[in-house]
Design a protein around this ligand. Structure first.
Ligand SMILES: NC(=O)CCC(=O)C(=O)O
Length: 314
């Protein structure tokens, strides 16, 4: 459990679980800042069935993003395995003990001196499988493990049917971690459809909610941008979603269009459908400005809807 106050730098500590934010107003931004502005990079990678090659390419692109000045780098969902229930068991790795993906991501975060939200990979744990995202500090320390909470089980007749829960189990924890820029919340793809996660993260003082994702060609054009913008506007926080590039020869056709949205709901960076790194500056002062100008954050009527207010004490 995290026991350190928000001012504490992220070393020597894991934020994989949440504790009540004590001694502060919950709506406060956790920006005790050495840095008020930083560059985020979303690495939109092509899908690949070759795990080693995909991992090498991801690390090479993380280094490239760092050389361009990014301090927080994000990879896509299932970035080093094909996305499909038939592949998860074959490509799965453990976190304890660390295997190939963990070791490579930790090393590249350390060598590049970046915070790395390492997309996701199929994880094997105690006989179960999860869709898991590991986040690392610039020293390569594991900061957070997010196991996708909401599994992608949908059926749009004639368009797309997917059932992650055939193979995967859902996680059971929200995920946030501290950086010197601010506190960051993490979800994976379908998690973005559940507004409670971003709302809780915002009320815990997160400045950004980041989702490695892999929408498809049916729901992508309909909902990808809209969901990112909705989560950002409702919570007056930055939202970023990082997709694989589109490959029509792959078994799953990812939408692409990795996106960064500002706390006004404005898209400030967006990829096309091919391999690309998108960069955006996140500015903590902008969150404050927007929350001051349109102060919905402090105008909530928890006297009328008290159940929601209990989020304060999560
Ligand atoms: N990988 C996913 O969770 C896909 C989510 C998606 O496409 C959606 O429409 O939601």
């Amino acid at each position: 459990m995290q026991t350190t106050p928000p001012q504490t730098p992220p070393q020597n500590r894991k934020d994989t679980e949440l504790t009540p934010p004590q001694n502060r107003k919950n709506t406060e931004l956790r920006v005790d800042t050495m840095q008020r502005r930083f560059m985020l990079a979303l690495v939109q990678l092509p899908p690949s069935a070759d795990k080693a090659a995909a991992l090498d390419r991801a690390c090479q692109r993380v280094r490239e993003a760092a050389q361009h000045g990014a301090r927080l780098v994000v990879l896509p969902e299932c970035f080093n395995s094909p996305y499909g229930t038939q592949f998860f068991e074959t490509y799965a790795e453990t976190v304890t003990p660390p295997q190939r993906t963990f070791i490579a991501l930790s090393r590249v975060a350390r060598e590049s001196k970046v915070y790395l939200i390492g997309g996701s990979f199929p994880e094997r744990k105690s006989g179960k499988f999860y869709n898991t995202c590991l986040s690392f500090s610039p020293t390569g320390e594991l900061l957070a493990i997010h196991r996708k909470l909401h599994l992608f089980d949908i059926n749009v007749p004639g368009e797309i049917s997917f059932c992650e829960s055939k193979v995967l189990s859902p996680g059971d924890k929200l995920t946030e971690f501290n950086t010197e820029f601010g506190r960051i919340g993490v979800g994976i793809c379908y998690d973005v459809r559940f507004p409670e996660m971003a709302q809780i993260a915002a009320r815990h003082g997160c400045c950004a909610m980041i989702y490695p994702g892999a929408f498809n060609l049916t729901t992508g054009p309909l909902h990808w941008d809209l969901l990112a913008r909705a989560r950002a506007l409702d919570n007056q926080m930055y939202v970023a979603m990082c997709s694989p590039a589109r490959d029509m020869t792959a078994s799953y056709h990812a939408y692409g269009h990795s996106i960064v949205v500002d706390p006004n709901g404005v898209v400030i960076a967006q990829a096309g459908q091919d391999e690309e790194i998108v960069y955006a500056h996140l500015d903590i002062d902008k969150i404050r400005e927007i929350r001051t100008a349109i102060p919905v954050t402090t105008q909530r009527r928890f006297d009328v809807y008290p159940d929601v207010a209990r989020l304060n004490s999560i």
